[in-house]
Design a protein around this ligand. Structure first.
Ligand code: MRU
Length: 337
């Protein structure tokens, strides 16, 4: 089965795949205002760092079409989720296009949003090609969260590498962390790999140590929401634990990072804002309470993996190895505002 696009522009509205409904239904939302896009990002109807950025770019186009105040719309979209830098990356590009044209040209803005989407399609394919080159025949790969096609504008990042390894006959098995609390691994990664016919097994997040100890993992591959200038990585909560366990077992830990996720303006992981979400995401599963009545819960959506635990960054430019400060600062990244 071919995967649906994460979003598409119809000419007068944004059709967005509602990821909250997967794997039960492939359903699209029709969004007509930037506020709808901001709400879709906050409520995680669209999620995954590159997909968020692309959706936000179309949010600016919607605001321009309806003659709204664009700086306010951009500010509102920027505030919809704090951790993934791709959101700022896309909005900065829209803001720069606006500044260079001097007036609001809806077609020109739609052209920039289309270009961002196309760029993501190209660069994720390049990233995936570099990632596959790291994998040996018969490999087993462990993955956290969801980084597949619908989290991007193209073929995905870490999950795209896994799918490509399967297509090229290299992959023996993919292990998928279920990824509490929102279960992106169980719901989205397992669904995508299922659609693509890739052999995979969902595990609870805490099972990775046992799995590695049994010799069932050759490499860990994850995505990211922001890479700081020193190589520290913000990604889905649980990534740091996974990196520590991988290090303890001598297993390579790779982070797939498109240039749009690399933030040289942020010196290190401590400077990255970690989104904290509603406690109910932990205390309830599909609206059913699973915690003791009155139990409190702390729900950081992301964590920081220190650079020294990262074996390599898989990017569209190639595979980057330490020292990350030097290597990242030398990348040909477009100007970051
Ligand atoms: O909260 P989410 O589901 O948006 O978190 C997503 C992740 O952490 C992904 O690993 C990251 O955005 C990369 S998607 C290519």
């Amino acid at each position: 089965m071919t995967l649906p696009p994460s979003c598409c522009w119809t000419g007068d509205c944004l059709e967005l795949l509602d990821q909250r409904q997967l794997p039960d239904a492939v359903a699209f939302m029709r969004l007509h205002g930037w506020q709808d896009v901001a709400e879709a990002i906050t409520s995680m109807a669209v999620r995954g760092a590159p997909a968020i950025g692309i959706a936000a770019a179309w949010g600016v186009v919607l605001a321009a079409r309806s003659g709204e105040d664009l700086p306010s719309a951009i500010q509102g979209l920027r505030a919809s989720r704090p951790t993934a830098v791709n959101l700022c990356w896309a909005l900065n590009r829209m803001q720069a296009a606006l500044a260079s044209s001097g007036s609001v040209d809806v077609d020109a803005l739609a052209g920039v949003a289309t270009a961002l989407h196309n760029e993501d399609r190209l660069l994720t394919q390049r990233l995936v090609d570099h990632g596959v080159s790291l994998l040996a025949q018969g490999c087993q790969v462990l993955h956290h969260c969801h980084t597949g096609a619908i989290a991007t504008g193209g073929v995905g990042t870490a999950l795209g590498v896994i799918a490509a390894a399967h297509t090229r006959g290299l992959l023996r098995h993919a292990w998928l962390d279920e990824t509490r609390p929102r279960l992106q691994g169980a719901a989205l990664s397992a669904w995508e790999l299922g659609c693509l016919g890739v052999p995979c097994t969902v595990i609870v997040d805490g099972a990775s140590g046992l799995l590695m100890r049994r010799g069932e993992v050759d490499a860990v591959m994850v995505g990211c929401d922001r890479v700081a200038a020193n190589g520290d990585v913000a990604n889905k909560i649980g990534t740091y634990n996974l990196a520590l366990v991988a290090r303890a077992h001598g297993i390579p830990f790779y982070v797939c990072a498109p240039g749009s996720s690399i933030d040289l303006a942020t010196p290190d992981g401590d400077a990255i804002t970690i989104e904290e979400r509603d406690a109910e995401e932990i205390t309830h599963v599909r609206c059913v309470s699973v915690a003791a009545p009155g139990a409190q819960a702390w729900n950081p959506a992301f964590d920081i993996t220190p650079a020294h635990l990262v074996t390599g960054f898989i990017t569209e430019f190639g595979v980057l190895r330490p020292p990350y400060c030097e290597v990242l600062s030398a990348l040909p990244l477009p100007n970051q505002l």
